[in-house]
Design a binder for this molecule. Structure first.
Ligand code: GDP
Length: 487
């Protein structure tokens, strides 16, 4: 039913008159039976530390009852105290190929992950849970920073902390820089694991210098970032690395509400013989329980079994826990959100709606962000920054253009180079731009084959220049906003 002043007061445990008084202070003069706007209800609930649970109505049932059109949008109210409980951090390893991401995770799996039941096989579920003292850390399997950002582009932000792996003998390499920029674009705190310290060729100073040159100042040099010397071969420093991750997590004050409606993220999904569609799910909020009805993109179902990272069948999964879910109607996509529903019927209706929307192409159209409308978009933000990805032909021009862009002044918007590099514009650049709503500027470079079409699909503006002045002029114009007359 729609929410009246009376309903809300009851939900908040207040007298109706108290609420009416409160509303008056917000310049809203409402009667006791007046229906309140959903957004307003949400705002008031938030202020009072209660969660407002929207339960979608089943369309079918409304129709059977001869309900009015529009009635399906009515939202029954249920409010309850908001409970905040600390949750384990979710961590992802990033870094240059061969620097030891896999080896480090394998080492942690062997030393800090208790193996499954006697005779049981540790399940591969796209993530693992390491135990450190009485705390745990969830490690997402690393598919590379491209895949990480592709997930983020879909609004699937699952990670809390990035562990940047740098081999001490090799130092900061091109993919290390990419990983740094992807992690920064996602606003993730970075902990550096300086790996392969057992090698005679290990050169910590070279690593620290390389990090410094790419905007990461090590703690030993007066900066913010902890750099921990480790070895995946000998195990040296791994405990310290895990403890640092927990410390970092503590500062983030990560929490979730185990009583909230379940919300999770599909990390991987597949069809398995004898099991049907299975999805590896990371719980973001609430608790996923056996027999829960769920909707997941265009799939739906009832949870028939939950299997944890140690291969055990469990009854429920709490925030930050990865689990394998069985009982879905089909195989969802990685990055899909999975949500609890009131019942399987509601889940099916919502899945059918999603399917229909997808057929009509409603979901595939992504909003194009161009240099032209950047200003009006950014003007709404508090501290507006124009995010740019810059690719050039040679290092000299890259440095020159970066310097000039830094000097461009506007009282409203500053330009921010999210990622830059020498070379052609790649699919990777587009993925990062899409996730960060950035524009791509190329100077004397080509776009790799097929990437132009990909950029169009993703709604990313790619602009190519051969004259520095023209590039700068366009950036400056974007910063000042076309809408304003040039003075
Ligand atoms: P990834 O590509 O980042 O996942 O790197 P891998 O974990 O596959 O490691 C690449 C190579 O480096 C492998 O041959 C590993 O055995 C080796 N390696 C990884 N960590 C260490 C280490 O701490 N010390 C030494 N000496 N070799 C390592």
């Amino acid at each position: 039913a729609p929410i009246t002043v009376r309903d809300l007061a009851e939900g908040l445990g207040k007298k109706p008159n108290e609420l009416i008084g409160l509303l008056m202070t917000m310049n809203i003069f409402a009667a006791i039976n007046q229906v309140l706007d959903v957004e307003l209800v949400e705002k008031i609930c938030e202020r009072h530390g209660v969660v407002f649970v929207r339960e979608r109505r089943e369309k079918g049932r409304d129709r059977d009852r001869g309900g009015q059109p529009g009635q399906e949008n009515r939202i029954p109210l249920s409010v309850r105290p908001h409970r905040k409980v600390g949750r384990p951090p979710v961590v992802v390893f990033m870094g240059h190929v061969d620097h030891g991401k896999t080896s480090l995770q394998d080492y942690i799996r062997h030393s800090h992950v208790t193996s499954g039941e006697a005779g049981g096989i540790t399940q591969h579920i796209g993530a693992s849970v390491a135990t450190v003292g009485d705390q745990t850390i969830t490690f997402l399997d690393t598919p590379g920073h491209e895949a990480f950002t592709a997930m983020r582009a879909r609004g699937a932000n699952a990670t809390d902390i990035a562990v940047l792996v740098v081999a001490a003998d090799d130092g900061v390499m091109p993919q290390t820089v990419e990983a740094i920029n992807h992690a920064k674009a996602a606003n993730l705190p970075i902990v550096v694991a300086m790996n392969k310290m057992d090698l005679p060729a290990a050169n910590p100073d070279k690593v620290l210098l390389g990090l410094q040159q790419h905007g990461i100042t090590p703690r030993d040099w007066g900066g913010e970032t902890e750099v921990l010397p480790v070895s995946a071969h000998t195990g040296v420093g791994i405990n310290e690395l895990l403890e640092q991750i927990l410390l970092e997590a503590e500062m983030l004050e990560l929490n979730a509400d185990p009583d909230a409606p379940f919300e999770g993220l599909v990390i991987e999904a597949q069809m398995e013989t004898g099991m049907g569609p299975t999805a590896h799910v990371l719980v973001r909020n609430g608790t996923l329980k056996l027999n829960d009805a769920v909707i997941c993109g265009q799939c739906y179902g009832r949870v028939r079994a939950l299997i944890d990272s140690q291969g055990r069948r469990v009854q429920k999964a709490s925030p930050s826990m990865p689990v394998k879910v069985m009982g879905l109607s089909s195989v969802p996509n990685a990055g899909d959100k999975i949500l609890a529903c009131a019942n399987e019927r509601e889940a099916r209706v919502l899945a059918e709606e999603a399917m229909q929307a997808a057929r009509q192409g409603n979901l595939s159209v992504e909003r194009m962000v161009t240099l032209d409308d950047m200003f009006s978009l950014l003007a709404k933000e508090e501290k507006p920054e124009l995010p740019i990805i810059l690719k050039t032909d040679v290092r000299g021009s890259l440095e020159a253009i970066t310097d000039c862009i830094a000097k461009l002044k506007s009282d409203r918007i500053s330009a921010h180079i999210l990622h830059s590099g020498v070379g052609e514009i790649s699919e990777n650049d587009v993925v990062l731009a899409a996730a960060s709503k950035a524009v791509i500027l190329g100077f004397h470079v080509r776009v790799m084959p097929g990437v132009n079409r990909f950029a169009k699909q993703k709604g990313v503006d790619v602009r190519l220049y051969s004259i520095i002045y023209e590039l700068l002029q366009e950036v400056e114009k974007a910063m000042r906003g076309r809408l304003q007359p040039d003075i």
